[in-house]
Design a protein. Structure first.
Length: 122
């Protein structure tokens, strides 16, 4: 079970090939995360330990690199959620997978409207 990310456009088409959750670009996002959101704020909101493999790091990596992919993507799906979307047409994030993004609010058990909500440009 991997947390591979699949950016999908508003029409549901994949915008890029799958990226494995241990891809080295996630490490760059991990190193730069605190440039966008203070780690304390993230931990207070999520209660999840900081690991390079958390989904939020991949998003930060895309933002920091100026990738057009982040702006073009309507949704970021894990591999499990991508299969769910293909089979059901529903863009949802299964709860246990959502916790690996480090964007799930532990007090409300939901993500913001966008998983990257709160990730600001420095």
């Amino acid at each position: 079970m991997g947390r591979r990310l699949r950016p999908a456009g508003s029409q549901g088409a994949l915008l890029s090939n799958p990226v494995h959750y241990r891809d080295s670009s996630s490490e760059d996002g991990f190193a730069r995360l605190s440039d966008y959101v203070p780690r304390r704020e993230i931990f207070e909101r999520t209660g999840i330990q900081f690991m390079p493999t958390n989904g939020i790091n991949r998003m930060v990596s895309l933002i920091a690199s100026g990738s057009a992919l982040f702006e073009a993507a309507d949704t970021m799906l894990t591999i499990a959620d991508l299969f769910n979307y293909w089979l059901s047409g529903s863009k949802t994030c299964e709860f246990t997978m959502a916790t690996t993004w480090q964007a799930l609010q532990s007090t409300h058990r939901h993500m913001g409207r966008r998983a990257g909500e709160g990730v600001r440009h420095p």
